[in-house]
Design a protein around this ligand. Structure first.
Ligand SMILES: *Cc1c(COP(=O)(O)O)cnc(C)c1O
Length: 394
């Protein structure tokens, strides 16, 4: 029998070590399509664990659109976009996305992770500078590192720290990058101030609207639309596997920036184009988002019900008005324990631990969806109160 490399022994040790520190990740095997009612390793649970904020992932409208699109386009795209994989469906999607977010042009990618690996390395290189919020999504950090530009990270939402970093920089090309809605906290970046700083220091502002697109702003046009911001300095990245309920992502901005990305972005060029049936399904998803005020209003009422339902308990919701409603716990083990206690009561809320969040800030990440009912949120509040009764609990 062949011997494993010595380095593999070290991996075994490191895995055991992660387990000992309650940091080992385990996948849950889902037996049902994405919905609040899940079957998790055979056990029925009410889940608050998806990013399907508008409840579109398993909607009859999108299933029908995907079926029609499969009949029209088959399954695979067959090649990358610049070879022969770019179909009329992809072309229509890029145009519809640009129109929807009010930018000159847009380019769609297979995933948000890839989109975030694409932008910074295309626009910046050695000797340039990137200014990034410390709590930005991992894909933005990876994209920044891949660009080889100098990376300056400022404390979360700290505009004066960012301003002094920008003022001190002598880099020729500068880019500020931020999540709009922070994925583990649910709070929103001060986009107006960020754009003002970008203007003052002649920088681009790249905004990752993964959790705002479809949810925030008029007709769900996103966080920039909500803040009524438009500028040739803005580069918007949005994902299509969360509120849009399908898969993929896009980058939108000026025609020049988008043309440049198409010519140079390696995660666009060197990968097979997403199946055209997904692009066609996403066109339908965009319509559902645009006409989705009822879904967004329902989501808002769920957020309100959660806050009311946990008032006077020891459960500390972070200040978020988005679908991401984290409950701060602190200790890794304790976060896992509460998650297990909830699960024993038939409710699934993921415990989020480092490195997804800073050490000592483990939390339960409640994510709400228009697919939840008010009763679902009441059930969550009841279970949390039973685990840690507040003053007014029975
Ligand atoms: C989910 C997410 C991404 C990655 O998008 P995928 O389409 O899932 O690859 C990027 N940025 C943020 C802030 C996200 O939450």
């Amino acid at each position: 029998m062949s011997r494993a490399p010595t380095a593999q022994l070290a991996l075994q040790q490191q895995l055991a070590d992660l387990d000992a520190r309650d940091l080992l990740r385990r996948r849950r095997v889902q037996a049902l399509p994405c919905s609040p009612a899940t079957l998790n390793d055979g056990k029925p649970l009410l889940a608050f664990a998806s990013n399907d904020y508008l409840g579109l992932a398993n909607s009859p409208e999108l299933i029908a659109a995907a079926q029609d699109a499969a009949m029209r386009w088959g399954v695979g795209s067959g090649a990358s976009h610049l070879v022969s994989g770019h179909t009329e469906a992809h072309e229509a999607l890029d145009q519809a996305l640009a129109d929807f977010v009010g930018c000159e042009a847009a380019l769609s990618f297979s995933t948000g992770y890839l989109a975030n690996l694409a932008v910074m390395p295309s626009l910046l290189g050695r000797g340039d500078a990137i200014f990034a919020d410390r709590l930005n999504h991992a894909s933005l950090i990876d994209g920044a590192l891949l660009s080889r530009a100098d990376l300056h990270r400022y404390a979360h939402l700290d505009m004066s720290m960012l301003a002094s970093q920008l003022a001190a920089s002598t880099a020729k090309r500068k880019l500020i990058v931020t999540d709009s809605v922070f994925s583990m906290d649910g709070d929103i970046a001060p986009l107006k101030q960020l754009l003002a700083l970008a203007e003052l220091h002649d920088a681009w502002l790249l905004v990752d609207d993964a959790h705002g697109f479809g949810v925030l702003g008029p007709q769900g046009r996103g966080a920039l639309a909500e803040a009524e911001l438009q500028s040739a300095r803005l580069i918007l990245m949005g994902t299509l596997g969360k509120a849009a309920g399908v898969a993929g992502a896009f980058v939108a901005g000026t025609r020049t920036v988008i043309d440049w990305l198409m010519q140079t972005a390696r995660p666009y060029i060197f990968t097979t184009a997403a199946p055209p049936l997904l692009a066609a399904t996403l066109l339908r998803a965009l319509q559902l988002i645009e006409h989705g005020d009822r879904r967004r209003e329902h989501l808002q009422s769920l957020i309100g019900a959660l806050h009311t339902g946990l008032e006077g308990t020891r459960w500390q919701l972070l200040s978020s008005r988005t679908a991401i409603q984290p409950i701060l716990i602190g200790d890794n083990m304790q976060a896992l324990t509460v998650a297990r206690q909830l699960e024993a009561r038939g409710i699934q809320v993921p415990a989020i631990r480092p490195p997804s969040v800073p050490a000592g800030t483990a939390r339960l990440r409640v994510s709400l969806s228009a697919a939840h009912s008010l009763d679902d949120v009441q059930a969550l509040c009841t279970a949390l109160r039973a685990i840690a009764p507040g003053q007014d609990a029975e």
